[in-house]
Design a binder for this molecule. Structure first.
Ligand code: GSH
Length: 202
């Protein structure tokens, strides 16, 4: 098994997952700003030219960070990060999607619609980046209210894949210079807690 990695948020989502599981997978580090993910050789592995990518020993390729994490969870069930029973699995899935759709995607759109690196990948609309930036204030306020019951992690009492999606979002927030408002105490508590985990450095 080989893990194609780069210094970027989606591969980091997998790196955090691996660190939380205590799993080692041989890594191939690609120079993303240097264009290695867009090379002809890498395009033969995935036409989307994106990392992370997991290549199995028989040559099978898995892309999409969450698909890779689910595959690894199936191979290494403990500690469970996607839930141990039907209710826990549903709650983690619900929160994972909320973290991705409500928080991570708007942050990613800021980067896609304002960074020169993405200029040849899509039609950039800088005003859309700015609209996403201002809409995030409301999304952060919503998440703060959700966490006001004092639960330590987004999906409840246990750290889960939903927190990892949140950690990935927070990394993008740092990148696009969106700060989590200190005036939101519950979200700030969660933000401090996830940054203090050893896997944050993965
Ligand atoms: N939905 C994908 C997103 C993958 C993705 O956007 N990867 C970025 C790095 S965070 C990439 O490889 N970009 C290369 C490029 O745009 O050339 C996932 O979760 O794996």
């Amino acid at each position: 098994m080989k893990f194609y990695n780069a210094a970027a948020p989606s591969p980091r989502r997998v790196r955090i997952f691996l660190a939380e599981k205590g799993i080692e997978v041989p890594r191939i580090d690609l120079d993303l700003p240097g264009g290695e993910t867009r090379s002809a050789a890498f395009r033969r592995k995935t036409r989307l030219c994106e990392v992370p990518l997991l290549e199995l020993d028989d040559g099978t390729v898995i892309t999409e960070s969450q698909a890779i994490c689910r595959y690894l969870e199936a191979l290494h069930p403990a500690p469970s990060l996607f839930g141990r029973d039907p209710l826990e699995r549903a709650e983690i899935e619900m929160w994972d999607r909320r973290m991705e759709l409500e928080i991570m995607n708007p942050l990613g759109q800021i980067a896609r619609h304002s960074f020169a690196f993405f200029a040849d990948k899509l039609t950039q609309v800088p005003a859309f980046a700015e609209a996403q930036r201002s809409d995030l204030a409301g999304k952060f306020a919503w998440l703060d209210e959700e966490l006001s019951d004092g639960r330590p992690f987004v999906a409840g009492e246990r750290f889960s894949a939903a927190d990892i999606t949140g950690m990935t979002a927070v990394m993008i927030a740092d990148f696009v210079e969106v700060a989590i408002p200190a005036a939101l105490p519950h979200l700030s508590r969660w933000n401090a807690a996830i940054r203090a985990r050893p896997s944050w450095a993965a």
